[in-house]
Design a binder for this molecule. Structure first.
Ligand SMILES: Nc1ncnc2c1ncn2[C@@H]1O[C@H](COP(=O)(O)OP(=O)(O)O)[C@@H](O)[C@H]1O
Ligand SMILES: O=P(O)(O)OC[C@H](O)CO
Length: 513
């Protein structure tokens, strides 16, 4: 079936397949031993908005899409399943699904990470249990972003579900668990597992023991019978049963942002990356030490390879970056394509005095304010849509600056270069803005599909396809670099205006609203 043979021995070449179950789409990418993309297949799924602030996905549609993209990627690569040495999984994090153990049917749509329906529940938990307790033990602020409160909401709102859960009839999973369980046989013996990176986004796992914290589970109201076994990010969980990859070991799982950290080969303390997609997530490797954040970041597990020590990371999560460009296109109709934002912004020299803070679902790091809502500040009649386009791009760059400042406060480490990836990195003006506002060089690698690459790397390490992380480092190659060009006084002046605009978003919603 294949025409892909090793040049020297004539043996069929070997590959790793990675599945990225993301917020807007599922994709499968086949990689070769040099970490090069051999084929890609991708399929979008429906975004379901039942009420303002609510976002859901149909997990059955997602599983169908995953099977299709896997078959499609293999067909495009013109390789057989025997040539695929392992499957790696990466996924949108925090998105929460409960399904019936016996039938495999989801009991409700998955509740997506962006969904804010658990705001009130989080406030109540904060009053009853205390914010500090969650931050100290799980590394996370108590916010609707994370999975634990979403599970509680489902148990409280789907009739009879709590009783079924307590009888052990229900399974919880983030999308890694759902994909792995289905891939490995589903109701016919599928394995119910998650990895430490995904578990570290639930508000239910102790960062110290890397196991479910029973007391915290009780305080949120989540029975532990629901929960998957927590495993490392790189080990063989089981073997695919049926489908295009029947018989291939499933050998990694990482949340997508941790996978990008891995794919960008940020293996040393102080190395970090920022992924610019719907939202933006900047992670910095802090080594075997979990650093508590006092500056509004999240402490999370970066990765764990087999039984090696875990590697922790500090994360700055920004909810709305590329989503603001989508909003300018879809809701405002000011541009026809995402790429057009750059052309429009380049038609003027500056923002004309306008600052746009896209607090559409409150503000995530470093503020964690669910009462904030978006503002455009500094408007005069002078401002045109081109100035707004500038303000839209600058919003992403200033939000990155705030995260980098918080990283410095928490870790005492200075970022010397920022590695970037994700859909927005094709925007040169934005990349220049980021370099200017941070005053550090910004670099983008040749393989921009770092999320899938990270999952492939972890799976490849687990099955001995690659020997160690040094093998992987050798694959990283720079494709583009932007260096700071901005005058320091101007940077400081602009930053003060940005911070003033951020201040104006706060307190828009009160308990009543
Ligand atoms: N040239 C561009 N300039 C600015 N934003 C862009 C550009 N191209 C894509 N985007 C934004 O990037 C996002 C898509 O990036 P991607 O990495 O695929 O996101 P995700 O993985 O979150 O779905 C969209 O929100 C889109 O608006
Ligand atoms: O699927 P993405 O790329 O939008 O990533 C979503 C993040 O994992 C949310 O925490």
């Amino acid at each position: 079936m294949t025409d892909a043979h090793d040049d020297t021995s004539g043996a069929p070449r070997e590959y790793i397949a990675a599945i990225d179950q993301g917020t807007t789409s599922s994709r499968c990418i086949v990689f070769d031993r040099d970490g090069r993309v051999v084929s890609v297949e991708q399929k979008e799924h429906e975004q379901i908005f039942p009420k303002p602030g609510w976002v859901e996905h149909d997990a059955t549609e997602i599983w169908t899409n995953v099977q299709e993209v896997v078959a499609g990627a293999l067909a495009k690569a013109r390789i057989s399943k025997e040539q695929v040495k392992a499957i790696g999984i990466t996924n949108q994090r925090e998105t929460t699904l409960l399904w019936d153990r016996a039938t495999g049917e989801p009991v409700h749509n998955a509740i997506v990470w962006q969904d804010t329906r658990t705001d009130a529940l989080c406030r109540e938990l904060g009053r009853n249990v205390g914010q500090d307790r969650f931050r100290r033990d799980t590394g996370l602020p108590l916010a609707s972003y994370f999975a634990g409160p979403k599970i509680r909401w489902l148990l409280d709102n789907v009739e009879g579900l709590r009783e079924r859960a307590e009888r052990g009839e229900i399974m919880f999973g983030t999308m890694d668990s759902w994909v792995i369980w289905n891939l490995t046989g589903g109701t016919e013996g599928g394995v119910h597992v998650t990895d430490v990176t995904n578990a570290s986004r639930t508000l239910l796992m102790s960062l110290r023991t890397l196991q479910w914290d029973e007391k915290i589970c009780n305080s949120i109201g989540v029975p532990t019978a629901l929960l998957p076994e927590i495993r490392s990010s790189a080990e063989v969980f089981g073997t695919a049963r049926g489908g295009a990859l029947d018989g291939v070991p499933v050998a990694s799982a990482l949340g997508d942002q941790q996978a990008a950290l891995f794919g960008q080969t940020c293996f040393s303390v102080g190395e970090g990356k920022s992924t610019y997609g719907t939202g933006t997530f900047l992670l910095m490797n802090t080594g075997p030490k979990a650093i508590n954040s006092y500056a509004g970041l999240v402490t999370t597990v970066g990765y764990r390879i087999g039984d090696q020590d875990p590697v922790y990371a500090l994360e700055g999560s920004i909810a709305v970056t590329g989503a603001l460009v989508q909003w300018m296109r879809d809701q405002m109709g000011l541009i026809n394509s995402a790429a057009e934002i750059e052309t429009l912004a380049l038609s003027v020299d500056d923002n004309g005095g306008a600052y746009f803070v896209p607090a559409f679902s409150g503000l995530f790091a470093p503020y964690w304010r669910s009462d904030a809502r978006g503002v455009i500040s500094g408007l005069t009649r002078y401002v045109t849509k081109a100035h707004l386009a500038r303000a839209v791009l600058e919003a992403t760059a200033w939000q990155t600056r705030e995260i980098v400042d918080a990283m410095k406060k928490d870790s005492g480490m200075e970022l010397t270069t920022l590695k970037v990836d994700g859909g927005m990195t094709s925007n040169n003006l934005l990349m220049q803005n980021i370099s200017d506002f941070l005053d550090v060089p910004v670099v983008r690698p040749m393989v921009s599909e770092t999320t899938c690459l990270g999952a492939a790397y972890a799976a490849g390490l687990a099955v001995g396809f690659w020997n160690d992380v040094e093998d992987l480092r050798a694959n990283w190659r720079r494709a583009a670099e932007w260096t700071p060009q901005m005058d320091a006084a101007e940077r400081d002046r602009e930053y003060q205006f940005w911070l003033k605009a951020v201040n104006r978003t706060m307190g828009w919603l009160d308990e009543e609203s």
